[in-house]
Design a protein around this ligand. Structure first.
Ligand SMILES: Nc1ncnc2c1ncn2[C@@H]1O[C@H](COP(=O)(O)OP(=O)(O)OP(=O)(O)O)[C@@H](O)[C@H]1O
Ligand SMILES: [Mg+2]
Length: 336
C-alpha cells in the first residue's frame, strides 16, 4: 500500500469518523468500513493500522473482488504442495503475511460463501488450514474489511452470511459521501490545490469565483478521489493564476441543485465556512484583508478559523491542523 497520507476534514461527520479511527486503533477488534467509491476507505484502514500497536507489523491488503474465485482461497489462506495442479510448493497466504499486523479485506462482499465460512471460523477461533493442508494453524492478525456495496441487501439475497456480517462489523465506520460533508469540499479543494501546485511547481494562487461555485454545485460521485483527480488535471491545464471551471473540467450538465433542507445551525456553519474559504483564497491568506472583507475583527476571524478547523489554510501564527494528527488541541480533543 502507499505511504500513509493525511486525512483531511473538518465537518462534523468526518470528525466523528476520525474519533472512531482513534478509538478502534487502540483495540484488536474487527472493523467494517463502508462508503461509496473514493470516500477514503483504504486511507481509513491505513490510519487505523498506523495508529495501532500493530504498526510494526504489515498491513496486508487483498482485494476479494479482483482475484478469480479459484485463486482467492489460496491467496488468502495459502496452500500446501500438491493442493492443486501447479501447486509445486507450499505457499503462505495473505493471512499469514499479516501475522502481528492487519489483514485488509477489500471488497469483502465479493467473498463466496465457502470462503465466508472459513473466514468466520478464523474470526471466531483464530484458526485455519492452508488449502490442501491438514494442519490447523493459528495466526494473530487483525481483520479490517471494506465494501462499497450494501451488505444488508447481499444478506437478504443469501449472498452474504449474516453471522459473518456481525463478526466483521463489531465496529462499523461509515464514510459519508463528499456531497454530504458540507465545508470539507472547500477545505480539501484548497489543501489539494496547495499540495498539487507545489508538486508541479506552478504559481497558482487559488480558484476563480466561478470555479468555487462549480466545485460547490457538483455532486462528486467519485468523491475525494474525483476531487483530487480533477484538481490535478486543473493544475496541469491551468494557464492563469487562478483555476477556472474549464481547467477543472466541470461542465454545466454536472451541476446539481442546492441541498434541499438543512438545519439553521448547519446552514449557518456551512455559509460561514464557505465565505471564509473564499475570502482566504481571494486574499491569498492575508488575514487582515479577510477580516476586513468579512467585516469581523481579526480576533473573531481567528476564533472562527479555530472553531471550523481551518487554520491549515493560512500560515502561522494560527498553528494547528485540519488533518488527522496526534497532537492534542487546547480543549483536550484531538483534531483531524
Ligand atoms: N479525508 C481525506 N483526506 C485526504 N485525502 C483523502 C481523504 N479521503 C480520501 N482521500 C484520497 O482520495 C483517494 C481515494 O481514497 P481511497 O482509495 O481510500 O478510497 P476508497 O473508499 O478505498 O475507494 P474505492 O471504493 O474506489 O476503493 C485517495 O487518493 C485518498 O488519498
Ligand atoms: Mg479502496
Amino acid at each position: 500500500m502507499e505511504a500513509l497520507e493525511e486525512m483531511v476534514g473538518a465537518s462534523p461527520s468526518i470528525r466523528a469518523v476520525f474519533d472512531s479511527i482513534r478509538k478502534v486503533a487502540q483495540t484488536d477488534i474487527p472493523v467494517l468500513i463502508t462508503g461509496e467509491t473514493g470516500t477514503g476507505k483504504e486511507l481509513t484502514v491505513q490510519a487505523i493500522h498506523e495508529r495501532s500497536q500493530r504498526k510494526q507489523g504489515a498491513c496486508v491488503p487483498i482485494n476479494c473482488g479482483a482475484i478469480p474465485d479459484t485463486l482467492l482461497e489460496s491467496e488468502l489462506f495459502g496452500h500446501e504442495r500438491g493442493a492443486f495442479t501447479g501447486a509445486v510448493q507450499q505457499k503462505k497466504g495473505k493471512l499469514e503475511a499479516a501475522a502481528n499486523g492487519t489483514l485488509f479485506l477489500d471488497e469483502v462482499g465479493d467473498l463466496l460463501p465457502p470462503l465466508q465460512v472459513k473466514l468466520l471460523r478464523f474470526l471466531q477461533e483464530g484458526t485455519f488450514e492452508r488449502l490442501g493442508g491438514q494442519q490447523t494453524l493459528r495466526v494473530n492478525a487483525r481483520v479490517i474489511a471494506a465494501t462499497n456495496i450494501d451488505l444488508k441487501v447481499a444478506i437478504g439475497k443469501n449472498l452474504f452470511r449474516e453471522d459473518l456480517y456481525y463478526r466483521l462489523g463489531v465496529m462499523h465506520i461509515h464514510l459519508p459521501p463528499l456531497r454530504e460533508r458540507g465545508e470539507d469540499t472547500s477545505l480539501m479543494a484548497m489543501i489539494f490545490l496547495k499540495r498539487t501546485a507545489a508538486f508541479y511547481r506552478k504559481p497558482i494562487r487559488g480558484y476563480t469565483p466561478e470555479a468555487i461555485k462549480a466545485i460547490h454545485s457538483y455532486s462528486w460521485p467519485g468523491n475525494v478521489r474525483e476531487l483530487s483527480n480533477k484538481i490535478r488535471r486543473a493544475v496541469v491545464m491551468a494557464e492563469g493564476d487562478d483555476i477556472t471551471p474549464c481547467d477543472l473540467d466541470l461542465t454545466c450538465e454536472t451541476v446539481q441543485p442546492e441541498d434541499s433542507l438543512a438545519s439553521l445551525r448547519v446552514a449557518h456553519r456551512r455559509i460561514e465556512v464557505e465565505l471564509i474559504v473564499k475570502a482566504i483564497s481571494l486574499h491569498r491568506g492575508n488575514l487582515t484583508r479577510v477580516a476586513r472583507d468579512l467585516e469581523v475583527s481579526r480576533t473573531t476571524l481567528y476564533r472562527k478559523l479555530r472553531a471550523y478547523n481551518l487554520e491549515k489554510l493560512v500560515p502561522s501564527p494560527v498553528d494547528s491542523s485540519v488533518t488527522m494528527s496526534n497532537h492534542p488541541e487546547p480543549l483536550g480533543r484531538l483534531l483531524m
